[in-house]
Design a protein around this ligand. Structure first.
Ligand code: RP5
Length: 191
């Protein structure tokens, strides 16, 4: 139930877990109907060598990992609050939050609850953009354009990389591959 999940989050936050074994990035979304769009974040993190952590207590082999939760600001506000409130103590360093519709409140509310942990917001559709980015002065959120969850994950890793040089290398390597792909395509067009 929602309350079991909330209790679990609080227990994990209270436990003295080795930070190397807890997820580094938390991906949350308002509905399972957001999964297709938010899959771009998984794709980017997989590309950068992150592992998907499905069990908080059982870290995969990868040094950096992410977890995924469906949390609705309107259907399960208590769970949203618990997730945001416990994220830092659970070892999460950055949250990627996606929501759709015109009341896409999960990213902006989570940004306020989890502050000062950074939240990268993903408006799942074009009509969700204003709702995600419209924050009052003093309550920041970083956001990407509609549907760009891949970029949200890259931004999240950029933030993480400030404290982990190894991630900086992976970001540079990814960019070099991107550059090589563009160059290859251009070269092929001129063959
Ligand atoms: C938002 O409402 C969710 O993020 C989702 O994008 C949208 C519709 O949700 P469903 O009705 O498909 O569950 O809060």
């Amino acid at each position: 139930t929602e309350h079991d999940l909330i209790d679990e989050l609080h227990e994990q936050a209270a436990a003295d877990t080795d930070p190397e074994t807890t997820p580094d990035v938390g991906i949350i979304m308002g509905s399972d109907s957001d999964l297709d769009v938010m899959f771009g974040a998984h794709e980017a993190l997989d590309t950068l060598g992150f592992g998907e952590q499905t069990d908080y207590h059982d870290a995969p082999d990868e040094r950096f990992t992410y977890e995924t939760y469906v949390v609705s600001a309107h259907r399960t506000p208590d769970l949203m609050y618990a997730y945001g409130e416990t994220a830092a103590d659970r070892g999460i360093e950055v949250i990627i939050a996606g929501a759709g519709g015109k009341s896409a409140d999960l990213p902006n509310m989570t940004a306020s609850i989890a502050y000062p942990l950074p939240v990268v917001g993903v408006p799942v559709q074009e009509k969700s953009v204003d709702s995600v980015i419209g924050m009052p002065t003093g309550a920041p959120i970083v956001a990407v354009d509609a549907g760009k969850s891949f970029n949200a994950a890259l931004s999240a890793v950029q933030m993480l990389a400030r404290g982990h040089a190894e991630l900086e290398d992976r970001l540079v390597e990814y960019h070099e591959e991107l550059v090589a792909d563009v160059a290859d395509t251009s070269a092929r067009l001129h063959d």
